[in-house]
Design a protein around this ligand. Structure first.
Ligand SMILES: C[S@@+](CC[C@H](N)C(=O)[O-])C[C@H]1O[C@@H](n2cnc3c(N)ncnc32)[C@H](O)[C@@H]1O
Ligand SMILES: O=c1cc(-c2ccc(O)cc2)oc2c(O)c(O)ccc12
Length: 235
């Protein structure tokens, strides 16, 4: 079973503090299906990519607050954030879930099926951008979604934002994961950082500036998980 110590301390000062939050406020209320999904993901070499349970708990609350019925997820991996979304949706709710990799989605699929929420999921194995553009080809999709979660290739986040801000309804919410990128956003240039991570950092820095200046959305950047920015469409 995954333990609090299996996660990095996130952005907090100590492992103990993160463990305290998880054990006091998150794990006792986490649905059994999500625990099982964490167990299934535990031995995957990229297990650290899964959405952090504390960030997931806030997402669940946001989904409830906007009474989400139609949502979009960009970046599924084994499905932790997808399953929590599907659990939060009503019986006739739908999440369009996009990922270039179906095999990781299939790793978590038995847990999703057992939880009885597979019928709410429209999984698209694809690059996200063409799917979002195709949705925008249909006028009825503009403002047609209540909520979106973005947790995929960081270098494309700005492109996703321009599409999602049109797809989400006024009052709806877009959540971006990794907006503090391990805390590196506030650190000087580090030549030992792998090229891919450095490119991602560059985009995240640009995204954070653009979101801060984007009058179409109200924002809140929260230091949960790897940093999440919540955007609420204003007009
Ligand atoms: C950080 S993981 C997602 C974690 C997931 N939210 C969870 O809770 O487990 C990122 C995912 O984005 C997918 N991805 C990367 N580039 C993509 C793209 N251009 N379009 C769609 N999915 C992409 C990867 O295959 C990977 O599964
Ligand atoms: O270490 C990572 C890497 C990613 C990542 C890199 C490239 C892609 O095309 C998609 C995802 O995402 C991560 C992530 O979302 C996270 O919470 C922690 C680490 C990483």
């Amino acid at each position: 079973m995954a333990k609090a110590s299996d996660f990095s301390k996130g952005l907090l000062q100590s492992e103990e503090l993160y463990k305290y939050i998880l054990e006091t406020s998150v794990y006792p209320r986490e649905p059994e299906a999500l625990k099982e999904l964490r167990r299934v993901t535990h031995n995957h070499p990229m297990a650290t990519m899964a959405t952090a349970p504390d960030a997931g708990q806030l997402m669940e609350m946001l989904l409830n607050l906007v009474n989400a019925r139609k949502t979009i997820e960009v970046g599924v991996f084994t499905g932790y954030s997808l399953l929590l979304t599907a659990l939060a949706l009503p019986e006739d709710g739908k999440v369009i879930a996009i990922d270039v990799n179906r095999s990781t989605y299939e790793l978590g699929l038995p847990v999703i099926k057992k939880a009885g929420v597979e019928h709410k999921i429209d999984f698209r194995e694809s690059e996200a951008l063409p799917v979002l553009d195709e949705l925008l080809n249909h006028k009825e999709n503009e403002g047609g979604f209540d909520f979106a979660f973005v947790d995929a290739d960081k270098v494309s986040y700005l492109k996703y934002h321009e599409r999602l801000v049109r797809l989400i309804k006024v009052g709806g919410i877009i959540v971006y994961d990794n907006t503090l990128w391990g805390g590196s956003v506030a650190e000087p240039y580090d030549s030992s950082m792998p090229e891919g991570k450095r490119e991602a950092k560059k985009t995240i820095l640009e995204l954070n500036k653009k979101l801060s200046a984007d009058q179409r959305v109200q924002i809140s950047q929260a230091a949960l998980g790897d940093g999440i920015t919540i955007c609420r469409r204003l007009y």
